[in-house]
Design a protein around this ligand. Structure first.
Ligand SMILES: [Mg+2]
Length: 96
């Protein structure tokens, strides 16, 4: 049993899923401070990003969706790459 599974088993699925939301809101807050208040908070961004990633791993464990998320993510990245290619084509043409 990995750490994510242990955390879910020990502290329960509902509390851990609420923790996902809490950590996402903490990261949201740090991003807003960085952009809106020009705050030098890279240390906080690192900490909250790690917290969110840990909680997202637990979310994937909780719902048994790790492989499905990986698959969707790979497909999405292909589409994003295609959009970037299109963007670069149109914008390169304008610049040159
Ligand atoms: Mg946190």
């Amino acid at each position: 049993m990995n750490t994510y599974q242990r955390a879910l088993k020990t502290w329960g699925k509902e509390p851990q899923m609420l923790q996902v939301i809490e950590e996402m809101s903490e990261l949201t807050k740090e991003i807003l401070k960085n952009i809106n208040r020009k705050k030098d908070n890279v240390a906080e961004l690192i900490e909250e990003t790690a917290d969110v990633e840990i909680m997202l791993e637990q979310l994937k464990c909780c719902y048994g969706i790790k492989d499905a998320v990986e698959k969707y993510k790979a497909e999405k990245l292909v589409k994003i790459n295609q959009r970037l290619d299109e963007w670069e084509k149109t914008h390169d043409r304008a610049a040159s």
